[in-house]
Design a protein around this ligand. Structure first.
Ligand code: C5P
Length: 238
């Protein structure tokens, strides 16, 4: 079975053992994994080393946000781990993002390696209209997502994390080479879990996503490999 580098599986586990057994079970069906706060804070860089030893690509999803200097230095350190993609919050601002881009490029150049992709979180998909109103922005959520995506692009970021519903407007605003990495993906008929604004895997790519992040529909499946293969099959040619 051929894998598809546009499918990123979210390794949302609290232990190294669970994460490793999932990766080994999925085998060649999956080539790209997302390591988020839960797993990274539990086991640290060992999971990155393990994934690299298995020739997998890694999206290190730590969503950094702090003053530009702190984020830049944190990314310089994280660059040494060899992740292929990392992210920061766009609301950290233009300077924070441009310093972040400079830091990962300088670290990659010093190591003689290609720079990892750096993407920005716009507005979390868990944010609903009521919570958003409490923040007192002038824009609607949709307007704010586009404004932050454009700001990320201007700051030199490679792309954004966004819901599949926002992908087409971002694609239009930010052009064809901008990465749009979308969680909230559910195969037709699958449980929504706690996701609300979802799209199917093929639907996400039709909307303009460049990558999809899928967690529970694969990691909690009775047959994980079959679940991953079904998604790879669904997105073939889309
Ligand atoms: O299990 P599920 O497919 O819902 O997992 C989606 C992954 O994407 C989780 O790791 C979740 O934290 C992450 N994510 C998300 N929505 C965002 C940002 C990240 O679901 N806006």
């Amino acid at each position: 079975m051929q894998h598809d580098d546009r499918l990123i599986v979210a390794l949302d586990f609290p232990t190294l053992e669970q994460a490793k057994s999932c990766v080994l079970e999925l085998g060649d069906a999956v080539s790209y994994y997302k390591v988020g706060m839960e797993l990274y804070y539990a086991v640290g860089s060992e999971i990155i080393r393990f994934l690299k030893s298995q020739n997998k690509q890694v999206f290190l999803d730590l969503k950094l946000q702090d003053i530009p200097n702190t984020v830049a230095h944190a990314l310089t350190v994280l660059s040494g781990l060899g992740a292929d993609m990392m992210n920061v919050h766009a609301v950290g601002g233009r300077k924070m993002m441009s310093e972040a881009v400079k830091a990962v490029h300088a670290a990659a150049e010093a190591a003689g390696k290609p720079a990892p992709k750096l993407i920005a979180v716009t507005i979390l998909t868990s944010m609903d209209n009521e919570q958003f109103a409490n923040l007192n922005y002038q824009n609607t959520i949709a307007e704010q997502v586009i404004a932050l995506a454009k700001l990320a692009k201007e700051a030199g970021m490679d792309g954004v994390v966004a819901s599949p519903q926002e992908a087409s407007a971002i694609r239009e605003a930010c052009g064809k080479d901008f990465l749009i990495v979308t969680p909230g993906v559910r195969p037709a008929g699958a449980s929504l879990d706690d996701q609300s604004r979802v799209a199917t895997p093929a639907g996400a790519f039709k909307n303009g996503s460049s990558h999809i992040v899928v967690g529970r529909p694969i990691t909690k499946a009775e047959n994980r490999q079959a679940a991953a293969e079904a998604i790879v099959e669904e997105i073939k040619g889309v």
